[in-house]
Design a protein around this ligand. Structure first.
Ligand code: ZN
Ligand code: ZN
Length: 289
């Protein structure tokens, strides 16, 4: 039994359509995969309709939040699983976060143009296709325009990295508010890559404790962007706070290297997650004879 609780499709910034993500999950030997596109549930219907036999889908979403404490803004990602996608308050908040992605991406394009980079909004829109636009699309536009040699080179202070010359702040959804919204929609929340310092500033243990007190289910410990030292620290923190530990690939298709199933979650943790949620995961229909 191999369980991967974090993957992206073209519904956000992954490079494979949802059906292909499901096919790749089965090919990678997974029994359970979560589809957790940024701020959207748009890929769930296609994924559910294209489940290979023996694969279970956990519908989810990765929600961008902003913690504002002591005059500082820290971005964090929370994974919401098995919630009611039609619950109106959470659905409205996902819409607000998504609308903001467009505003933000357009503002970044304007900054990049001011800095002399020959990128356009039309180009970024084309690269994003049907997906909700994000910084990886802007990075690919910078590569296409010959401004940087590759995607990582765009995520620096020189360009669109945290604190970079073309950085623009996001819509601020407080993580405690997000927990309320997901719980009201019957879902479960896991803190995505909480110690991934390569992605920018991380929140302190006091914040994790605050989220734990508000009903956070677990910490994503086994993640490709977290090394052994970070994982040990997070495992100890999870034990202290009574949080579960999950593992996942955070696969984005070609963008991250196809890596579905490179990390996994213990079956007992998965079962506890399902038990804590109000909606069941989705299994492939039995073949009709
Ligand atoms: Zn993330
Ligand atoms: Zn992710």
């Amino acid at each position: 039994v191999w369980i991967d609780l974090h993957a992206h499709s073209t519904a956000s910034d992954g490079t494979c359509p949802p059906a292909e993500v499901m096919a790749r999950a089965a090919a990678a030997g997974l029994s359970v995969v979560a589809l957790t596109d940024h701020d959207t549930v748009a890929g769930h219907v296609e994924a559910a309709a294209n489940l290979p036999a023996g694969l279970t889908l956990v519908p989810g979403a990765e929600i961008s939040c902003t913690l504002r404490r002591h005059g500082q803004r820290t971005e964090l990602h929370l994974l919401a699983y098995l919630f009611d996608p039609d619950e109106p308050d959470f659905a409205a908040e996902r819409d607000a976060v998504r609308d903001d992605r467009v505003r933000r991406a357009q503002a970044i394009v304007r900054r990049l143009q001011e800095l002399g980079a020959p990128v356009t909004w039309e180009q970024v829109r084309r690269i994003a296709g049907d997906g909700s636009v994000g910084r990886p699309h802007l990075a690919r536009a910078l590569v296409e325009a010959g401004v940087v040699p590759d995607v990582p080179a765009a995520f620096t202070e020189e360009w669109i990295g945290a604190g970079g010359r073309a950085h623009v702040d996001k819509h601020a959804l407080d993580p405690l508010r997000l927990l309320q919204l997901v719980h009201a929609a019957g879902g479960v929340v896991v803190f995505a890559h909480p110690g991934a310092e390569v992605r920018g500033p991380i929140v302190g243990d006091d914040t994790v404790a605050e989220l734990a007190a508000a009903g956070l289910f677990g910490l994503e410990v086994d993640h490709p962007d977290q090394d052994e030292r970070v994982r040990r620290r997070l495992r100890a923190l999870a034990a202290d706070l009574g949080l579960r530990v999950t593992g996942a690939s955070d696969d984005h298709g070609a963008l991250t290297g196809h890596r579905l199933g490179c990390e996994g979650t213990e079956p007992a943790v998965y079962e506890a997650l399902v038990a804590a949620a109000s909606r069941p995961p989705v299994s492939a229909g039995l073949p009709t004879s």
